[in-house]
Design a protein around this ligand. Structure first.
Ligand code: GCB
Length: 589
C-alpha cells in the first residue's frame, strides 16, 4: 500500500476535522444519523477530548460520522478511502452500507469506494471498538457479563482508541500503481536497483526516473522491471540522511500520463557481525529512547507539531535512534526519521504476550501457559505483514522487533517465535535483522529464544524493579547477567531497549531517594558505568523519552508512567543535561 500523495494523476482530500461521535450503549444503525452525537476531532483518540469519565473508560463500540462531497467529474475516477490507523477494530459504512472492516489499531488500510459514492454529499460512518483479548495485539484479558465488557491490558500504557491517523480520500485512474519496493544491492559506490512495481490495469509505456536531492534525474528506465544502476551513490547515514526518489510514470497509447507516483528511498547497508551492528560497514552504537505516541487531548492521535518538536529535542540530546515501542508509529513519524537520519527499531504491537503479566509484579505467578492459553499467531502475522508492507522502504528502519517482552522463558516460546521470525524474514525484501525484546524474567538462564534473533535486545531495571536504592548491587547483578548472555551468544550485540527509573519532576532529595531527580541521575550513571566496560554492549535506548499515560496504579503516579527523561509536556528532568553531555561527547569520539 502506498503512502497517499497528491500527484499529477492523483487527487487527495484530507477528511480530518470535527466529526460526530457517540458511544454505542444500545444498538445504533448505520442507516440513520447518530441520535445523540457530540463533536470529536479526527485524527485523535476520543478518550481525553471530553470531561466525561464514563465515556473515557467505555469498553466496547462507538461511532464516528461525517459527510464528504464528491463532484461529478470525480466519479470517472477510482475513489479510494485511506485510513492511517483506527484503534483497535472497525467497520466502515458509506451511505448506510458496510464497505469494509479492519482489525488492529496501528497500520493503514484502504477501501475502493468507487461503486459506493455518488455525486454530492456522502455519509461516512466508522464503527470502532477498543476490544482486546487473548488473540489480539496488544494482548489483554477481556471479560463480558450481561453484555458489559471489562478489559485488563497486559501492557503498561493507556488503551486509547479512535481514529488515530488521517482519513483521506484519493483518486486514481483505472490503471494505477499498486505497490512499489525499491530493492537494491550496493557495491562500493554503485547501486543496482531492481524495483518491485505492481500495476493494476493496462498501459502502453512506463518510465522510471531516480531523482537526487538536488532534483536532478540521475538514471532512467523504460519499463517497470528495468534495472537501474546508480553510480556515485550518496549513502543514507545515521544523522546524515540522503534521500532519492524513484518516480514511476505510466502512459496510455496516446502518450497521456495515466499514473505517476514517487517513492522516497535511501541507500545503506546493515550487517550484524562479531557483536557489532554495522550501518554502511561502520559500527553503530544506539543512543536514544523507547517512546510512545501519547499527548495531551490527542491521546495516541497523530500530533505533527509534537512529532516535530520531539525530533528536535532528540537531536539536541545527541540521540541517534528510537524504538517504536510498542506498535508501529504513524507514517509521518517514519518519514521524518528518514529525513532526519534517525535509526529506528520498528516494533509490531505484540506487547503483552505474557499471560502472567498482571501478576508478575504483585507475585502469585501461575504456571507458564502463555503459549497454550493465548492464541495470537494469526493476528501477529497479519500485523507483521501490514507493518512490513508499509515500512519496507524506509532507510531509517534497521531492525524489526517482533515482540516486546513476551513470555520467552515459557514452554512453547521457541516454537512460536521460530515460526514468527521465519515469517518476518520472508516478508522483508531488505532482509533486515530481527529481534525479540527480552523481559527481565526471561534472563540469560531462562530465555528460550536468544538463538533465533540477530541482536539481543534487553529491557532491564536493575536499580528500579530490582535492587531499588542499591546501585552497587544493581551494577553487580547487571554485570553477572550480561556476562552470561555474552557467554551464550558471543557474536551477538547486546542493545538495551529499556532501562529507567520513575522520577517525579521537581522532586528532590538530599539522600537521592528513589523517585527524585537525583536518583534518576545516579541510576543511569550506575548502568552506564557497566555498559561502558563491556565492548559487546552496543546501545542504550532509555525508558522513556517522556512520561506517558497509563491505567491508574499504585506505582503510576497521577495515572502516568514517570520514567520520562522529559515530562509529558516536554519539560526536562535533571537527567536530560547529563545525557545530552554523554551522547554529544560520544559523537565527537
Ligand atoms: C517494561 C515494558 C514497558 C513498561 C516498562 C515500565 O518492561 O516494556 O512497556 O512501561 O517496563 O516502566 O515498567
Amino acid at each position: 500500500m502506498l503512502f497517499p500523495k497528491q500527484t499529477a494523476t492523483r487527487a487527495l482530500e484530507d477528511l480530518s476535522g470535527m466529526w460526530q461521535f457517540q458511544a454505542e450503549k444500545s444498538p445504533l444503525t448505520a442507516t440513520q444519523p447518530l441520535p445523540n452525537p457530540i463533536w470529536m476531532a479526527v485524527p485523535a483518540s476520543y478518550n481525553d477530548q471530553t470531561l466525561n469519565r464514563q465515556l473515557r473508560d467505555h469498553v466496547g463500540w462507538f461511532w464516528y460520522q461525517t459527510t464528504f462531497s464528491v463532484p461529478q467529474e470525480q466519479l470517472r475516477k477510482r475513489n479510494v478511502l485511506h485510513f492511517g490507523a483506527v484503534a483497535q477494530n472497525c467497520e466502515i459504512y458509506i451511505n448506510g452500507k458496510q464497505v469494509g472492516k479492519h482489525v488492529g489499531g496501528f497500520t493503514p488500510f484502504e477501501i475502493d469506494v468507487t461503486q459506493e459514492v455518488h455525486v454530492g454529499d456522502n455519509d461516512l460512518k466508522v464503527r470502532v471498538n477498543n476490544l482486546l483479548d487473548d488473540t489480539t495485539l496488544p494482548s489483554a484479558e477481556l471479560h463480558e457479563k450481561d453484555g458489559k465488557y471489562t478489559l485488563r491490558p497486559r501492557f503498561d500504557f493507556y488503551n486509547y482508541a479512535g481514529i488515530h491517523r488521517k482519513v483521506q480520500l484519493y483518486t486514481t485512474n483505472q490503471t494505477y500503481i499498486e505497490h512499489v519496493a525499491v530493492n537494491y544491492d550496493i557495491e562500493g559506490n554503485t547501486t543496482t536497483i531492481n524495483p518491485d512495481i505492481q500495476i493494476n490495469g493496462t498501459y502502453a509505456k512506463a518510465k522510471l526516473s531516480v531523482i537526487d536531492e538536488d532534483g536532478q534525474t540521475v538514471v532512467t528506465g523504460n519499463n517497470v522491471t528495468a534495472t537501474l544502476v546508480l553510480n556515485d551513490t550518496h549513502r543514507w547515514e545515521p544523522l546524515n540522511a540522503y534521500l532519492y526518489q524513484l518516480r514511476i510514470e505510466l502512459f496510455n497509447d496516446r502518450d497521456e500520463l495515466i499514473d505517476s507516483y514517487s517513492q522516497e528511498f535511501g541507500v545503506r547497508t546493515i550487517k550484524v557481525e562479531n557483536h557489532r551492528f554495522l550501518i554502511n560497514d561502520k559500527p553503530f552504537y544506539f543512543t536514544g529512547f523507547g517512546r510512545h505516541e501519547d499527548s495531551l487531548a490527542a491521546g495516541k492521535g497523530e500530533n505533527l507539531p509534537l512529532l516535530n518538536l520531539d525530533y528536535q529535542i532528540m537531536k539536541n540530546m545527541g540521540a541517534n535512534s528510537f524504538r517504536t515501542s510498542h506498535y508501529p508509529y504513524s507514517e509521518e513519524a517514519m518519514r521524518m526519521a528518514d529525513r532526519e537520519g534517525f535509526v529506528v527499531i520498528d516494533e509490531v504491537p505484540a506487547v503483552g504476550l505474557f499471560e502472567n503479566f498482571n501478576v508478575s509484579l504483585a507475585g502469585g505467578m501461575k504456571e507458564g501457559t502463555t503459549w497454550t492459553n493465548l492464541d495470537p499467531e494469526q493476528k501477529h502475522k497479519q500485523a507483521l505483514r501490514e507493518m512490513i508492507e508499509r515500512d519496507h522502504d524506509h532507510p531509517s528502519v534497521v531492525m524489526w522487533s517482533v515482540a516486546n517482552e513476551p513470555a520467552s522463558h515459557e514452554k512453547g516460546a521457541h516454537e512460536y517465535f521460530k515460526e514468527i521470525i521465519n515469517y518476518t524474514r520472508k516478508l522483508d525484501p531488505q532482509k533486515r535483522p530481527v529481534t525479540i525484546v527480552n523481559i527481565m524474567m526471561a534472563n540469560a538462564d531462562k530465555d528460550l529464544v536468544g538463538d533465533l534473533v540477530d541482536v539481543l535486545c534487553l529491557n532491564r531495571y536493575y536499580g528500579w524493579y530490582v535492587n531499588l536504592d542499591d546501585l552497587d548491587g544493581a551494577k553487580h547483578d547487571l554485570r553477572v547477567e550480561l556476562e552470561k548472555w555474552h557467554a551464550h551468544f558471543p557474536d551477538k550485540p547486546i542493545v538495551f531497549t529499556e532501562l529507567g527509573a520513575d522520577t517525579v519532576a521537581g522532586m528532590h532529595s538530599l539522600r537521592h531517594a528513589p523517585y527524585s531527580e537525583e536518583y534518576q541521575v545516579d541510576y543511569y550513571q550506575a548502568n552506564f558505568e557497566v555498559f561502558d566496560e563491556l565492548d559487546y554492549v552496543q546501545g542504550e535506548q532509555l525508558w522513556n523519552f517522556a512520561d506517558f499515560t497509563t491505567d491508574a496504579g499504585m506505582i503510576r503516579i497521577g495515572g502516568e508512567n514517570r520514567k520520562g527523561i522529559f515530562t509529558r509536556n516536554r519539560e526536562p528532568k535533571a537527567i536530560a543535561t547529563y545525557l545530552s553531555r554523554r551522547w554529544n561527547d560520544m559523537k565527537k569520539e
